[in-house]
Design a protein around this ligand. Structure first.
Ligand code: UTP
Length: 292
């Protein structure tokens, strides 16, 4: 496993307005997908890609995130006393695999601002950023490959998926000048372009491997769209300075930050799990009894 990227930054300080009312008091990153909070899927992905140092950017009212990744002596003792070894293992598993750090963003001033709060922890090394509402349960394959490309080129790397037609208008989009296999040389980033102006059909997903000069560029980045400090604006400065690569992948994963896709994540990941056959039977029965 490449040793150059050891840290993952997971920004989780947003307001989660698209999932209200569920997210009024409960952080959206703690909403359950199958049997665990969505942020745990993302942490497990980072760990599978060889990362063992996790920085989670939080905000007031999101203490549940810290508690979830902390040891809970009382619960562990109770499970041990009752001989519930499997449950005990599942509770301990995640805290044992990585070191967790928490940084407060203070106010939700944008994704770029959130990533910037990790500067003092990350210092001078390339690092990964994983958005916790985008689930990519591929055993860390995409992130591992991104790390390899970052190592080989010394540039930041983003992951991209092709989308159909005007769908690109809802996303960040990357233009490119060269392509070798599924690796492109990014020459521009455009947030939510019009269909006519989109430089490609490749949308930016929630996985980044960034070189540490991003922090100095974030400091120079003025608030952009929506009054927020945008990560893509600072990344655009990296393109001019040292270049940027994109890894084109087929699997878009799930956008668990919006209702329909959160539900799809639950259904599809349940079908892929140990109880898949049972879930399929339940879905068939539910469809039939509801007249579908
Ligand atoms: P989103 O825009 O998807 O999250 O940001 P949000 O703002 O919480 O959700 P909506 O749009 O209101 O429903 C992507 C990720 O960046 C984090 C969010 O927590 C989310 O995981 N984020 C966003 C921050 O940490 N800080 C910010 O200021 C903005």
């Amino acid at each position: 496993m490449p040793a150059s990227v050891r840290t993952a930054v997971i920004p989780a300080a947003g307001l989660g307005t698209r999932l209200l009312p569920a997210t009024k008091a409960m952080p959206k990153e703690m909403l359950t997908v199958v049997d665990r909070p969505s942020i745990q899927w993302v942490v497990e992905e980072a760990i599978a890609a060889g990362i063992d140092d996790i920085v989670i950017i939080t905000s007031p009212h999101k203490k549940a995130l810290e508690d979830h990744f902390d040891r809970m002596a009382e619960l562990e003792a109770a499970l041990e006393a009752k001989g519930k070894q499997e449950m005990l293992g599942s509770v301990r598993h995640i805290t044992d695999l990585a070191t967790f750090h928490f940084t407060r963003q203070g106010a939700p001033l944008g994704l770029g601002h959130a990533v910037g709060t990790a500067a003092r922890h990350v210092r001078n090394e390339p690092f990964a950023v994983l958005l916790p509402d985008e689930l990519l349960p591929d055993g860390g394959q995409t992130l591992s490959r991104m790390i390899e490309v970052a190592e080989a080129t010394g540039e930041s790397v983003i992951s991209l998926v092709p989308v159909e037609g005007p769908e690109i208008c809802n996303y960040g989009c990357a233009g490119f000048s060269e392509r070798e296999g599924n690796v492109i040389k990014v020459d521009r980033l455009v947030e939510k372009p019009t269909f006519e102006d989109a430089p490609s059909n490749l949308r930016i997903t929630g996985r980044y491997v960034l070189t540490p000069d991003i922090f100095e560029k974030l400091e120079r980045t003025e608030p952009g769209r929506g009054g927020e400090i945008q990560l893509t604006d600072a990344m655009a400065l990296q393109i001019d300075d040292r270049g940027m690569r994109g890894l084109v992948v087929d699997d878009a994963g799930f956008d668990a930050g919006q209702k329909a896709d959160w539900l799809r994540a639950n259904v599809e990941l349940s079908l892929r799990g140990d109880d898949g056959a049972e879930v399929a039977a339940m879905l068939r029965a539910a469809l039939e009894s509801n007249g579908f």
